[in-house]
Unconditional design. Structure first.
Length: 147
């Protein structure tokens, strides 16, 4: 049974905090532990990208309390499910996954096959936050239905 979920992207300022905020909003009252992190520590302690926060606010999600952090070895025991935003982050997580750790590793867009892609695009450079939010909302609904 999945009771704890960690969403992971590279810097933990765009995609994974968006997934954390959206999923937290949709799963409210279900007693799930929900968090996000990055495979890099480039932005540790920093707030989400202002463009992501603005789109979240526009859609009724709150990202104000989310702070960037890097994935640590304890996350592989603390969380039942660790969801990567793209194949490169999944590969990095597989490399860091300690032998025998309980966490399952998956790709987020596998829960939204209607998009026909498996990687959530990084909106940091492309400035496509609205499109990325659409994908994350759809995948969040698919994940919630699956658990």
């Amino acid at each position: 049974m999945t009771r704890s979920i960690l969403f992971v992207c590279l810097g933990n300022i765009c995609r994974s905090p968006t997934a954390e905020a959206v999923f937290r909003g949709l799963a409210k009252g279900r007693g799930l532990l929900i968090d996000s992190a990055g495979t890099s520590g480039w932005h540790d302690g920093g707030r989400s990208d202002p463009r992501a926060s603005a789109e979240a606010t526009r859609r009724g999600y709150d990202m104000s309390m989310i702070r960037s952090r890097q994935v640590c070895s304890a996350d592989f025991e603390r969380f039942d499910l660790i969801i990567a935003m793209d194949a490169q982050n999944l590969a990095d997580l597989n490399t860091a996954h300690p032998a025998g750790a309980k966490a399952r590793l998956e790709l987020f867009l596998d829960y939204a096959p209607e998009f026909g892609i498996r990687d959530v695009p990084d909106p940091y450079y492309e400035d496509n936050f609205e499109q990325v939010f659409d994908m994350i909302e759809a995948a969040s609904k698919g994940l919630l239905a699956a658990i």
